[in-house]
Ligand binder design. Structure first.
Ligand code: HEC
Length: 439
């Protein structure tokens, strides 16, 4: 207290305190207003965890994957901090989504708050850009191939697409230059932009004031200052958010897939859940309609969101008296969540391939087994067809023995002995056992 008085007498802090805490909220504090500060809190969490991750992370194709593995396995609290950063990103998308939904429902984008809404939409796009650039950084198979899809989508934009794609990629192929570029954008450019726009968003909020309830009757119930009750509610929500994210970071591991392998074009990446609905949509459009989904629709959605305050000119804010706006919002959400639902259902319907099987399949080609064995019509006919060898020989031990010394279990065999390491033996065997009529 003495220190505060001492500082106050020199820095004149009282007016600052008043601007920060005495902002009037029309109609009083409410739990419905917490999403903005929850988003801000999550941004700070991402910034802090990101700084610590950057201590160990190396943005080069040779070291990125290993450095993340090092963070996961060796660094004290490394896995926890990475977990916070990973789940924090998801939480941020949720928080910003709820915040926008609240602003939409309450008509908080209507005059005089159009500019605030537009800055908000740009903030949302920046968060998506964070998600996209951050996804590549672990440099695992998912990261590599999901980014490849994203870049290809950019490439479909007419006239400038090819150029944009090359700028984002930093050259002809997704490689070292892409990684360092994405890293720089993720940790320097985007944070600088985001911080400035958050400042602008809050500055505008202070100039125009919070929107408050949608009817004058409720607003006239009296206004209340930001401190103490709204501050208290915001703090409670931040604590809840932090508890949820910490639990997820501790309880749900988020393993890397294999290290990125640019030559393995068979890898099917799964994007983050918040891009899934779009991934699902892309499956339904092919041929001449494809550009519609890869850039026309996203562009229309973004422009529609950005200029929404000028599209919806109805001055009434009460959602019950704005059926058209409400219907537009509901249709949008129903489409997005249906696509997300379908996509999740498809994902969980196909059992995820055991990574050992995928490695085993790669070894099958690497060691030239394919030269003597046919699988589903591909390969030589010197040895037996292995298409369904998992049904014929379901015994793991048999395969292990056979690979170590074919003649020990199959006298007279001329199948060569291969110099296989123990993990390779297991992976090849897993692959053999997976070759069944009904997987
Ligand atoms: C030079 C040709 C040749 C190559 C190369 C070869 N095999 Fe064979 N393989 C055979 C022959 C011949 C047999 C049948 C005799 C036996 O069971 O050893 C056989 C048998 C097998 C069987 C048992 C199939 C059955 O129906 O009983 C499996 C499994 C198998 N090979 C897997 C592999 C794998 C995996 C590789 C690569 C690491 C490989 N083979 C490389 C020739 C080859």
């Amino acid at each position: 207290m003495r220190i505060y008085q001492w500082l106050d007498s020199r820095l004149n802090l009282k007016p600052v305190e008043r601007t920060l805490l005495d902002e009037p909220i029309p109609g009083g504090a409410s739990w419905i207003y917490v999403f903005g500060s929850a988003t801000l809190f999550l941004f700070l969490l991402q910034a802090v965890t990101g700084m610590f991750l950057a201590i160990y992370y190396a943005p080069t194709p040779d070291h990125a994957y290993d450095s993340i593995q090092f963070i996961e396995e060796q660094v004290t609290f490394g896995a926890f901090v990475r977990g916070l950063h990973h789940w924090g990103a998801s939480a941020m998308v949720v928080a910003i989504g709820l915040h926008m939904l609240q602003a939409f429902l309450y008509g908080a984008y209507k005059p005089p708050r159009e500019v605030m809404w537009m800055v908000g939409v740009v903030l949302f796009l920046l968060v998506m850009a964070f998600a996209f650039t951050g996804y590549l950084l672990p440099w695992d198979q998912t990261a590599y191939w999901a980014t490849q899809i994203g870049l290809n989508m950019v490439g479909t934009v007419p006239v400038v697409g090819e150029f944009l794609m090359r700028v984002m990629r930093g050259g002809e192929v997704l490689g070292a230059l892409t990684l360092s570029r994405f890293f720089a954008v993720h940790v320097l450019f985007l944070p600088a932009l985001l911080v400035s726009l958050i400042a602008a968003h809050l500055f505008i909020l202070r100039r125009v004031g919070p929107a408050g309830p949608w009817t004058d009757e409720r607003a006239s119930l009296g206004s209340e200052t930001f401190y103490p009750r709204q501050v208290y509610m915001d703090a409670v929500v931040m604590l809840v958010v932090f508890t949820v994210i910490s639990s997820l970071a501790l309880l749900v591991p988020f393993p890397l897939t294999d290290k990125a392998n640019p030559s393995d074009t068979s890898f099917v990446p799964v994007p983050e859940w918040y891009f899934l609905f779009y991934y699902e949509l892309l499956k339904y459009v092919h041929g001449p309609l494809e550009p519609l989904a890869t850039w026309v629709l996203p562009m229309l959605i973004v422009l529609g969101m950005l200029f929404w305050p000028f599209i919806d000119r109805n001055p009434v804010r009460n959602p019950i008296k704005r059926p058209a706006a409400l219907a537009a919002g509901v249709v949008f959400l129903v489409v997005v969540f249906s696509l997300l639902g379908i996509s999740l259902k498809n994902l969980y319907a196909v059992p995820r391939i055991d990574p050992a099987i995928a490695k085993g399949r790669a070894l099958f080609y690497q060691f030239g087994c394919v030269g003597c064995h046919r699988i589903h019509g591909e390969g030589g006919a010197i040895g037996p067809d292995l298409s369904f060898v998992g049904d014929k020989r379901p015994d793991r031990e048999w395969h292990l023995k056979h690979f170590k010394d074919p003649q020990s279990v199959s006298p007279g065999s001329f199948m060569p002995k291969f110099p296989l390491t123990d993990p390779q033996l297991n992976e090849l065997t897993s692959y053999m056992l997976s070759l069944k009529k009904t997987p």
